[in-house]
Design a protein. Structure first.
Length: 115
């Protein structure tokens, strides 16, 4: 069982930056693939970025070059550094932990980018 708590969301102007954090507890964090997803109003939840237990990462095309995912296994935390934010990045951002058939979600944090 893994518990995930996101933080760092908020309101930012277009072109600005935010860093999201997701603190995990309850299991061996380092063994999990960690991901950030987002869901905008009226749209499906989509993958933003993912990082494996080995540190390999991949990104949605829409955020490549602007967002960076990282993890600190000593702190049981995964981060999403978001730069050059655009209004279309506005969404609720969710942290996700996956290993085998086990999948866990955080409660989400709102990111709003104003034009």
């Amino acid at each position: 069982q893994v518990q995930l708590v996101e933080s760092g969301g908020g309101l930012v102007q277009a072109g600005g930056s935010l860093t999201l954090s997701c603190a995990a507890s309850g299991s061996i964090f380092s063994r999990y693939t960690m991901g950030w997803y987002r869901q905008a109003p009226g749209k499906q939840r989509e993958l933003v970025a993912r990082i494996t237990s080995g540190g390999n990462s991949n990104y949605a095309d829409s955020v490549k070059g602007r967002f960076t995912i990282s993890r600190d296994n000593a702190k049981n935390t995964v981060y999403l550094q978001m730069n050059s934010l655009k209004p279309k990045d506005t969404a609720v951002y969710y942290c996700n932990a996956g290993r085998g058939l086990n999948l866990y979600w955080g409660q989400g944090t709102q990111v709003t980018v104003s034009s």
